[in-house]
Design a protein around this ligand. Structure first.
Ligand SMILES: *[C@@H]1O[C@H](CO)[C@@H](O)[C@H](O)[C@H]1NC(C)=O
Length: 317
């Protein structure tokens, strides 16, 4: 409590992340479950990134983008899950003011980068399938390197504004966030400011960003599918389709939960739904991506097998 009773500036030095309130046994169970999921996610994505890194046959724009995407996923899950794990074992479940906004910034910046990556990957597939003759001339090393740098930096630049705006709001009262990450929506609800401008700016910003990337990806794949359907040979049709099917599966996994939570009904979601959907895109999606790509793709499978065989051989020697 503050001695002066009412403070206009921040009197909150830390936040409490409620997580998933339950018995201590359940917390332990959650801890085990999420530790396993996290380890599998890191291993799966690392395997893909290493396969692309080491296998010369995978040094094509599509796989280099995919390798970077897997690496990005590892960064993305690492902004939330380690803190979640610590909170399952902790009784205080607190996170510092700065830590909270750092998590918000990094989690959403990486998430935004993923959205841009999906756009870049869709653009790459569009060029390769709809403009095959011009593809090698357009998708040069310079272009995809530029796109990769753009993809990595964009989220970090764009999310500076919302993080600064939301952290400047006055926080003077309750500091308990009914969530397992520092999500901006429950954070803004804790602010004692009556001003709704920041909320409005943030939801508009999100809506534009998400619908923009979503429409871009959607249109690219719509064009791809139209082209594939018009292909004369069944074999080339099947090959093009199987590559795009895995890309599309990842796109759906990425965008479906985001659309549900942020765009469609706006800011007033019950905490339970919000947590469940966030859990989906922060934990489940990154786990599924490597599975989708490695199970559906012959070249990736061969490269992964090669890595594991080499590892085995070195072990034997
Ligand atoms: C990511 O992109 C860079 C730049 O083109 C590339 O050199 C690197 O190999 C890629 N990383 C992975 C893991 O594919």
């Amino acid at each position: 409590m503050n001695a002066s009773g009412r403070e206009t500036t921040n009197s909150v030095s830390h936040f409490i992340l409620l997580g998933f309130p339950s018995s201590p046994e359940m917390q332990l169970l959650f801890f085990g479950l999420f530790s396993v999921t996290y380890t599998l996610t890191l291993m799966g994505n690392a395997a893909i990134a290493c396969a692309v890194w080491w296998d010369r046959r995978l040094h094509t724009p599509m796989y280099i983008l995919l390798g970077n995407f897997s690496f990005l996923e590892m960064c993305y899950v690492s902004t939330t899950v380690p803190n979640m794990l610590a909170n399952f074992l902790s009784t205080s479940k607190s996170i510092s003011f700065v830590g909270c906004f750092m998590q918000f910034y990094f989690f959403f910046s990486f998430g935004c980068d993923e959205g841009f990556y999906l756009c870049i990957m869709a653009f790459d597939r569009y060029l390769a399938i709809c403009r095959p003759l011009h593809y090698p001339r357009i998708m040069t090393k310079e272009l995809y390197t530029g796109l990769i740098i753009f993809g990595w930096s964009c989220g970090f630049i764009l999310f500076l504004t919302p993080v600064v705006l939301i952290s400047q709001l006055p926080y003077c009262g309750p500091n308990t966030i009914n969530h397992f990450i520092c999500d901006p929506v429950p954070l803004m609800m804790l602010s004692c400011s009556e001003d709704t401008t920041t909320k409005f700016i943030y939801s508009t910003f999100n809506a534009i960003l998400m619908t923009g990337t979503f429409l871009f990806v959607l249109c690219s794949y719509a064009l791809v599918i139209l082209t594939v359907l018009r292909m004369p040979s069944a074999a080339s049709k099947r090959k093009a389709f199987s590559t795009c099917a895995s890309h599309l599966a990842v796109v759906v996994l990425f965008f479906a939960p985001l659309m549900v939570i942020y765009v469609i009904p706006g800011l007033g979601h019950p905490a339970k739904t919000q947590k469940f959907v966030t859990l989906f895109y922060s934990v489940v999606t990154p786990l599924c991506n490597p599975l989708i790509y490695s199970l559906r793709n012959k070249e990736m499978k061969a490269a992964l097998k090669k890595i594991f065989r080499t590892a085995e051989d070195t072990h034997r020697i």
